[in-house]
Write a protein that binds this ligand. Sequence first.
Ligand code: GLA
Length: 738
Amino acid sequence: MTHSIQPIGDRAFHLMTDSSSVVLEVGDGGHLELLWFGDPLRLDCATQLDGIRRPRGPLPGCTVDAGTMTDPPTSLHRQPMAFATAGKGDYRRPGLVIDGQGVLDLTCRGHRIIGGGVPDEVLPSADPEPDSQTLEVILADDLVGVTVTVRWTTFPAAGVFTVRTTVSNTGPESWRLLDVASVLIDLPDRGFDVITLDGWWGSEAHITRTSLGHQRLVNSSATGSSSTEHNPGTLLMESGAGEDHGRGYACNLLYSGSHATSYEGGSAGLVRMVSGINPEGFGWCLDPGADFVTPEAVLSYTASGTNGIARAMHRFVNASVVPRHWRHRERPIVLNNWEGTYLDFDLESLTEIAQGAAWLGAETFVLDDGWFGHRRDDETSGIGDWWANTEKLPGGLEALIARVQDLGLEFGLWVEPESVSQDSDLYRAHPEWAIHQPGRAPSLGRHQLLLDLTRDEVRDHLVLTMGRLLDDHPISFIKWDMNRLISDAHEAGFHHRYVLGLYDVLARVFGPRPHVLLESCSSGGNRFDLGMLTFGPQIWASDCTDAFERIAIQRGVGMLYPASTISAHVSAAPNHLTGRAASLDFRFAVSAPYVLGIELDPRQLSQEDMEVLRDRVAWYKTQRAVTQFGEHRWPDGAGDQHEQVVAIAGDRALAWIYARFPRRGVTPRPLRVPGTTGPVVLQQRFGRSPSTVQLPDGALAQGLPMPLLADGQALIFEIELGMGRSAMAARDGAEECI
Ligand code: GLA
């Protein structure tokens, strides 16, 4: 094992990845400071720290000295901190707030360096790499009786650090935690933009770029879910940074509940980043001796634009976040019947659809909503009753599964276990299990209530019911949905307790059944987050399957989540949600760089479309290692009227170019694969003029001219990089992606 954390002198620590360095130091006053977060450093001795330490005092104007003994005097407000609190002269957003305590002064009491990571028992934790180490720094305020343990773990190969905080009550009295950050750091202000992934149902993860200046910008969700409105992942990029150039950082959370990440510019030339559980609606009573553990935050630094961030985050998620069984394991092509039938199906129609799925080359047939209890066609009944509706499916699931398996397909099933319809046997038996406030009627969402997952008996019921469903049937794929936001949670901290309950259920259902592929879904992308990805390797990115809209959604989530996690289906035209029509080739080309699936009724396709789709599915299977696990990048400046996606795996690459509402006469940007040298063979697939060309050395690195494309037209290129990929790998200092 190589050490990725090196003590420098007796109070500084150098945390290293292959592409970045962090230097933490316990300052003169005992506070934890961040001296460096950026390009890899070679640090040999403590005297070299003088060069990267921020000069201290004398202090101009109206300030407050930190402590009483520092020389020269230091204002905490102007120091780059790695954890900070209020009351001693730092007026930026604090990392810890305890009810009734206006002053908290956390100073270092010790540290240790541990091999690997420090996983939590309930909250998701990233799996360490072989060379991962963890630095644990213990900070305390004896007057209040609080200890804060900050843990930084290195992920050297991915180029990522994770950080999490544990708060302990070491005093004799109980107190109430109002806010605690997973991570707090101050970075030198390089003139940053904050990139957030914002949207709504059907328009998730649109990229928003906001210049930060001296303000505080908060990206948050208060809905109880990581949310379609503001994904928990954010980027902080130099304002001139593009896809392939410029420095910046990313922060994400292994968490699926209400979150908040703030960036705060200020006069000190520092930007404070604070990320963790959303303090709005939060509150946690901590008795003497009790601990509170925060979700794990994920940080990455890049000197090479948003693609540099994507590369690090993608590697990290593929290697350390998704369940072990599914790491680098190719995902099946599913046909899901939802948009093909909605709730209107029976055994015969499903059998015909499954026959179509098999003919098209799909590998798993997924039966969506409507198969259970006394579910009617109006979505008002049945949720909670997870047994087959034998009016629709005589012979139960068994009969359908037998037919599906006879066709050579695996079987997958939709469930929404966290919800309950008022018109269900479960609700009639246990109305008290739904989240509600005594004396007030609970609000419905999509005609249903949510089960109170903070209750032991509710979780036990779900574990038993889902376990039985999986053990009694050969189900290889579960689409776990959740179609409403939390309401009527009248106790502070409920959202967090709900998420802990959900994680407990997921761990108990899927932990013993690792072979079942869990695709999580929450009205599409309402829980597209790293927490859910620790239980299931892919997520239904959006209920909007319109190819034009999906380009933007997939581009957004693709910034922080790898292609292997993004479930993307080819659906019918015109699109059911937007009414827009797109050619089958365009719809396929938009889904193909990710986890391809099909979401339509094959009986409605013409024979010609059936043949085209079958041909494309067969091709996808030959390219799956590249589409699902290649290194995906988006060439500099290609977005807007045209979009490009490139995926590289070893010496093979694929490129997709889409025309999305282009102005007349405007051609796409040249196709570029930066860093490629040596002979390259470029084959254009499908469309009207498939062709194969040998490229001169260096041409692809600079860019190939592209033809004029009509709106809704796409090009797909298969690229043999020959020696070129080795040159790229040498440049990146990177190992192969697959
Ligand atoms: C949600 C999901 C859809 C589908 C429906 C079924 O909206 O996002 O994909 O499963 O529920 O009701």
